[in-house]
Ligand binder design. Structure first.
Ligand SMILES: *[C@@H]1O[C@H](CO)[C@@H](O)[C@H](O)[C@H]1NC(C)=O
Ligand SMILES: *[C@@H]1O[C@H](CO)[C@@H](O)[C@H](O)[C@H]1NC(C)=O
Ligand SMILES: *[C@@H]1O[C@H](CO)[C@@H](O)[C@H](O)[C@H]1NC(C)=O
Ligand SMILES: *[C@@H]1O[C@H](CO)[C@@H](O)[C@H](O)[C@H]1NC(C)=O
Ligand SMILES: *[C@@H]1O[C@H](CO)[C@@H](O)[C@H](O)[C@H]1NC(C)=O
Ligand SMILES: *[C@@H]1O[C@H](CO)[C@@H](O)[C@H](O)[C@H]1NC(C)=O
Ligand SMILES: *[C@@H]1O[C@H](CO)[C@@H](O)[C@H](O)[C@H]1NC(C)=O
Length: 440
């Protein structure tokens, strides 16, 4: 399908929805047009993208030299496993003849009709818009002989996000610079854009189960009282809550499930996501951060213009070939998953918490918020910057400048390139022995 045909399709699909959606270039138009409820910022990894902060210009006297973007796929349907669990919970509610609370009456005619796994139109549009924003922000780094080098982990929604991003980038340039998706990396092989290689890594079930048993029982009781005989479990409650974001992003209209829960209850839902990411592949998982080492070593190669040095997830064949791992571009864009971006943040040292997340007692001042780390279309940009003859690094996550305290970041979040490279010892040491623990 041509770009124009694609854009027309998006316009048609979107204009047929009740929500007044516009395909615009400003970062927040898409979600603003949707008129999302305030609790959408508590949907954790299922929040549609919004900037965590406004993008800050570089200080005077500094100019961009390179940018490395890694981006999560856009908003998607539930995975097939989640879809089954959601439908089972909905069926329990719909098996009840008479609700005692009219808030549930919509269920009498409700029909579950979402797809599985793939990108939804909003997710495609937000990826397209991210491409346009990247062109506007980084056009000084592109020319005919240096188009963005784009890679995607080999899963349909990730590849579709990458292609929508390249289309948005090309369109914003007036079709002068139209990058291609240059490389798709098989997820069953060595892949720095997916978290599937470390076979001994654990999961977050213990911690999320603990929190579920704290925050969900009152909600479950309330729903069971409103739907006598439904016999919902706490897990059903979580799955019903997740239907709010999934239906909303799929239909571009606020789901009726969203209104069934209070803001305090959404805060509980959010913490499920925070714990899931922290203990799944983040700092709370012994073999979490090591799964970000391969990408960090690729990043260091690009920043320094030196060959990749890595003994973890990289594919040495791909990374030693300039056709599949060039070092002469101004813009690199990689497309990935939330569960891989979390170990990348953690291997680098971003979002370190003073104490591990407590599975029964959220710290309201924590900065580990899944909605700021890995919403749909989440993105990290590592900018290489020149200021008065010296080279620096600045890191933005969802447009929020990171303090980089681990390499002496200044008030503008700038670290000297050498200090940044120095600070990445965990990656440069191939995870200090953690990678081997993935397999013994
Ligand atoms: C549900 O309500 C209807 C109408 O009030 C009533 O006829 C029926 O007996 C009720 N069913 C149950 C299971 O309570
Ligand atoms: C954008 O994503 C959609 C899936 O939502 C896909 O059908 C379409 O081909 C993608 N666009 C491009 C330009 O690849
Ligand atoms: C590495 O990449 C090459 C080239 O795409 C591929 O043939 C090979 O199977 C990959 N090997 C691993 C272990 O990922
Ligand atoms: C659940 O309800 C009980 C009784 O009203 C209350 O004491 C408790 O604080 C509630 N728990 C939560 C997590 O809201
Ligand atoms: C719910 O549980 C009650 C008590 O255990 C049982 O009598 C009833 O059949 C159950 N209802 C459903 C729909 O499973
Ligand atoms: C793939 O990764 C494994 C584990 O680090 C490594 O032993 C192997 O050499 C890698 N294969 C390639 C082609 O890079
Ligand atoms: C094109 O961009 C690359 C990367 O930023 C740069 O190294 C190169 O000098 C540029 N070429 C021209 C002709 O401007």
């Amino acid at each position: 399908m041509s770009l124009l045909a694609f854009l027309l399709t998006v316009q048609l699909v979107l204009s047929s929805k009740a929500a007044s959606f516009q395909l615009g270039r400003q970062a927040s138009v898409v979600t603003d047009g949707l008129d999302l409820p305030a609790n959408s910022k508590l949907w954790a990894q299922y929040s549609p993208w919004y900037p965590a902060q406004e993008y800050a210009a570089l200080p005077d006297g500094c100019a961009l030299k390179q940018v490395n973007i890694i981006q999560r796929h856009g908003a998607r349907f539930p995975t097939s496993g989640a879809s089954k669990r959601i439908q089972s919970a909905v069926a329990k509610l719909q098996g009840v003849d008479n609700y005692t609370d009219p808030a549930l009456d919509f269920l009498k005619t409700f029909q579950y009709d979402l797809g599985t796994d793939d990108l939804v139109a909003l997710g495609a549009a937000q990826s397209n818009e991210a491409g346009a924003t990247s062109f506007e922000r980084y056009s000084a780094l592109v020319n005919e002989s240096s188009l963005p080098f784009v890679r995607a982990s080999g899963s349909t929604r990730v590849e579709d996000s990458a292609r929508n991003w390249t289309a948005g980038f090309g369109e914003a340039s007036g079709n002068v610079y139209v990058p291609k998706l240059s490389l798709i990396i098989d997820e069953s092989l060595n892949d720095t854009l997916d978290d599937s290689m470390c076979t001994n890594a654990g999961n977050s079930d213990a911690q999320t189960d603990q929190w579920l048993s704290v925050f969900a029982p009152n909600i479950t009781s309330r729903l069971n009282a409103a739907a006598p005989g439904a016999n919902l479990t706490d897990t059903d409650t979580y799955n019903l809550m997740s239907l709010c974001p999934f239906e909303t992003v799929a239909k571009e209209q606020v789901s009726e499930f969203c209104g069934l829960f209070s803001d305090e209850e959404w805060s509980g839902f959010q913490y499920m996501g925070d714990l899931d990411k922290y203990y799944g592949t983040g700092y709370g998982q012994e073999l979490g951060p090591v799964q970000g080492v391969g990408y960090i070593n690729e990043l260091l190669a690009r920043l320094t213009g030196e060959p990749v040095q890595d003994q973890t997830q990289t594919n040495r064949t791909l990374d030693s070939d300039p056709a599949t791992f060039p070092l002469n571009r101004g813009i690199y864009a990689d497309f990935s998953h939330d569960n891989e971006m979390i170990p990348i943040y953690s291997a680098m040292g971003l979002f370190k918490q003073a104490a591990p997340l407590d599975p029964t007692d959220p710290d309201p001042s924590r900065t580990w918020l899944a909605t700021h780390l890995v919403p749909f279309s989440a993105r990290m940009a590592v900018e290489k910057v020149g200021c008065e003859g010296k080279e620096y690094v600045r890191v933005l996550v969802n447009d929020a400048v990171q303090p980089l305290e681990f390499c002496g970041g200044d008030e503008n979040g700038l670290c000297e390139l050498g200090a940044f490279v120095e600070s990445q010892a965990y990656a440069r040491n191939n995870g200090d022995g953690d990678w081997e623990k993935c397999f013994d």
